[in-house]
Design a binder for this molecule. Structure first.
Ligand SMILES: [Zn+2]
Length: 321
């Protein structure tokens, strides 16, 4: 079974590792050994920047270099493991890597704020091989506003630089990711983007009422746009205050299918991106448990293939250049 996971934070774990843990085998949620067991076809690796960590006048410069440093670390790791993994910047790369028996690594940036309103920096990220940007994290930035329980913030839309970024990403062939964004920003992105849009790691708000999740209307809009919502495994977004089990993840997938159709759902585990909560499927090598649960729930093999990788692959093919 092939798998495409649209979001993880393993790159940050590796960069910050005190004892030099790498990509082949580590104590984190994702490593090459585990991805081989899971049948991973492509893994999106986020270069996430926590803005508060940088202070002072040059904080944006520091934050941008930090993202580049993380991408550089991933290049080192992929190079070291070139027998098993290679980068991909488009669908053809993924297919070629697959023919060569290699997993594909796709680099992303999580926190568009590192651009600090400078479009030249977006071009630089493109040249670095970044092919998806999660425009927001949980802070206001140069593009817009984050998801929030405060309706005043949640209804705020994109800023002008946010609109410009969506346009330029469409032109360059980068995927625009609306996870973490305010609902107002979401609607602006969806109405403005000429290309399919994704929520790389968000689940269903009807099933778990968290502002990081997507409402049914948002799921439908993603589908109409040709995009996907990739289900996040973070227990707080899956089943509040309870252990998130295989059937809970299957329920989110089923709900997205019911509301938005069979072509609108994908996987975006968020592995290595959260602590706390209790999760049954907490490492990539456990993904077959969810696969079996989907079979048990009555999904056909063809449907599970869409969930597992075909829908994500379609978006990659439509957008990434
Ligand atoms: Zn995130």
């Amino acid at each position: 079974m092939h798998l495409i996971d649209m979001h993880c934070d393993t790159a940050g774990k590796i960069l910050e590792s005190k004892n030099g843990e790498g990509l082949y085998e580590n104590s984190f949620d994702i490593d090459i050994k585990g991805m081989k067991q899971a049948g991973t076809m492509a893994q999106f690796f986020a270069c996430f920047v926590y803005m508060e960590r940088f202070q002072g006048e040059d904080r944006f410069e520091k934050a941008f270099s930090y993202a580049k440093q993380m991408a550089g670390k991933m290049r080192e790791e992929v190079q070291k493991n070139s027998r098993d993994i290679a980068f991909a910047v488009n669908a053809d790369d993924i297919l070629r890597n697959q023919e060569n028996g290699k997993i594909s690594a796709i680099l992303t940036v999580e926190e568009g704020g590192i651009l600090n309103g400078d479009m030249g920096k977006l071009e630089e990220l493109y040249k670095e091989g970044i092919r998806l940007i999660t425009l927001m994290w949980n802070f206001e930035n140069c593009m817009g506003f984050p998801n929030s329980k405060d309706a005043g913030i949640m209804t705020k839309g994109l800023k002008s630089f946010g609109f410009e970024t969506v346009e330029r990403m469409n032109e360059l062939g980068m995927i625009v990711d609306v996870s973490h964004m305010s609902d107002g920003g979401f609607w602006d992105v969806v109405s403005h983007s000429k290309a399919p849009v994704v929520a790389s790691h968000s689940s269903s708000r009807s099933l778990c009422n968290h502002p990081r999740n997507m409402t049914d209307e948002m799921l439908k809009a993603l589908a109409e746009k040709g995009g996907v919502a990739a289900v996040n495994f973070y227990p707080a977004f899956v089943r509040e205050n309870e252990r998130a089990m295989r059937e809970d993840l299957a329920a989110h997938i089923q709900h997205i299918v019911n509301v938005a159709g069979m072509d609108a759902v994908a996987i975006g585990t968020d592995f290595d991106g959260f602590t706390g909560g209790s999760l049954e499927i907490d490492k990539v090598e456990k993904m077959p448990i969810l696969y079996q649960e989907l079979q048990r729930a009555g999904f056909t093999e063809g449907q599970i293939e869409k969930i597992w990788y075909r829908n994500a692959m379609r978006v990659i093919k439509d957008v990434m250049r």
